[in-house]
Design a protein around this ligand. Structure first.
Ligand code: HEM
Length: 437
């Protein structure tokens, strides 16, 4: 009896300890999240702070005019206009990877690639390559210190983060000013143009400070997430040669990959990509099993009940994307990489809206998800049609989940020149790649 009583006390103590840890974890991570957005924007920025979410400050409340602007930035027409530029940036990068005599660190290179995509495609900045490289280093310094405690002392992470932000903002201002001069009277062709023009249409012309904060936030949202997913994609294609072959077969059937090598020039359009069903399954499966963002925060706007527990108004709650994917009953053999689970015949994700949510869910779902998927699809098409690549280590690296999912040693891979058996580079592709983006 006494033993049972002690067991009960010990169980209650463990439960209490767990509750305290979870509460502390939630409080600390919420603070860090707030610090994150405090760091990305300048104090003088007048853009609305979101209510009901710990989301990106730029966006503000649902229904806000900026949401309409964002729907334009990621609209079908806008994505169609980004597509050739995305393809060029990716082709250029793969060519550089293939020309390296040594293996490359895929995660590090994928970070550079997404940064370049954000700068060149999303913001349309024509910064010289050398300056871009320097900006990337500064951006890395900014990212490394985004989650530091706000202690403004010399050599502190916070000070380094703020200094990096100042350098970034200075370069962004220069690029925005040049852009404003060049694009006057022209049709817009990138996300920043749309942001500038649409804010004018809504009678809310943005100040330079707001534009700088806005562009920094866009880079922030796209950078780590897309780099993580790109690395996972490459890792899974390496691990599953049968999947890569099936992908190549689909590209051949659709006339994108020819027996003599790639003939992608001009053939990639949004409709072409949406017709590639197996490609879609591969990207979805990468995002299910290797979801870059583990979850999100919400502020409870109205008291509600969940599984018999009352969650009061004003509380902060966290939802886990990863746990949802891991425990959802709709997925068979959850730990197996099986793109066909998303095929028309099986469509395991068809039951219920919230079993599969790599881009979050509800009103605060990822605004850049179509762009992210487009980027990943183009990367997969280019990898399958123009590259040969091999793991440069004996075993695959371990995966870590913080700050976003990525391989611990970055994934070392050797890319080969495009002149291998099935990957001949055509002269016209060569000419297109040498064009400046
Ligand atoms: C594979 C790549 C990506 C993944 C996995 C991803 C994931 C997510 C998730 C899970 C959220 C919601 C967080 C929450 O519930 O609070 C989110 C929000 C957001 N994402 Fe993405 N994202 C990706 C790429 C991008 C890109 C490329 C952009 C744009 C350039 C972008 C822009 C945004 C924005 C603006 C929000 C905030 C939406 C709001 O608060 O209303 N994301 N993303």
């Amino acid at each position: 009896m006494l033993f049972e009583g002690l067991e009960l006390v010990s169980a209650l103590a463990t439960l209490a300890a767990c509750l305290v840890s979870v509460t502390l974890l939630l409080a600390v991570s919420q603070q860090l999240w707030q610090l994150r957005w405090a760091a990305t924007r300048d104090k003088s920025c007048k853009l609305p702070i979101p209510k009901g979410s710990m989301g990106f400050p730029l966006i503000g409340e649902t229904g806000h005019w900026l949401l309409q602007v964002f729907s334009k930035i990621f609209s079908h027409e806008a994505l169609e206009s980004y597509l050739p530029k995305i393809q060029l940036v990716i082709q250029d990068t793969l060519r550089a990877w293939s020309s390296q005599p040594e293996a490359i660190n895929v995660y590090q290179e994928a970070q550079k690639l997404t940064f370049r995509m954000a700068i060149r495609v999303l913001l349309g900045f024509s910064i010289p390559e050398e300056e871009l490289g320097h900006l990337f280093e500064v951006y890395q310094q900014f990212m490394e210190n985004v989650f530091s405690l706000p202690v403004d002392l010399p050599f502190s992470g916070y000070r380094r983060g703020i200094q990096a932000r100042q350098i970034l903002q200075k370069s962004l201002e220069k690029a925005i000013r040049e852009k404003l001069q060049c694009t006057q009277g022209k049709d817009y062709s990138d996300a920043l143009d749309i942001l500038i023009e649409s804010s004018k249409e809504h009678g809310k012309e943005m100040t330079m400070q707001e534009l700088k904060d806005g562009t920094l936030e866009l880079i922030f949202a796209a950078y780590a997430t897309t780099a993580s997913a790109s690395t996972s994609l490459i890792m899974q294609l390496l691990k599953h040669p049968a999947v890569l072959e099936k992908l190549r077969e689909e590209l051949r059937t659709q006339g994108i990959l020819h027996s003599g090598g790639c003939a992608c020039e001009g053939t990639l359009r949004l409709d072409t990509l949406s017709g590639l069903r197996y490609l879609d399954c591969v990207i979805k499966e990468v995002m299910r099993l290797f979801t870059p963002v583990s979850g999100g925060y919400r502020t409870v706007l109205q008291t509600f009940e969940l599984d018999g527990f009352q969650i009061p108004k004003g509380w902060s709650v966290m939802y886990s994307i990863r746990d949802t994917h891991d425990t959802s009953p709709v997925f068979k053999d959850v730990n197996v990489f099986d793109p066909d689970r998303f095929s028309q015949a099986r469509s395991e994700d068809k039951d219920g809206r919230f079993h599969y949510l790599p881009f979050g869910g509800g009103v605060r779902t990822c605004l850049g998800k179509h762009l992210a998927k487009l980027f990943l699809k183009v990367l997969a098409v280019e990898l399958a049609s123009t590259s040969r690549f091999e793991l440069a280590t004996r075993t695959f690296p371990r995966i870590t989940l913080v700050p976003v999912l990525h391989p611990v040693d970055g994934l070392s891979v050797k890319f080969f020149g495009l002149d291998s058996n099935q990957n001949k580079i055509l002269p016209e592709t060569e000419a297109m790649l040498s064009a400046t983006v």
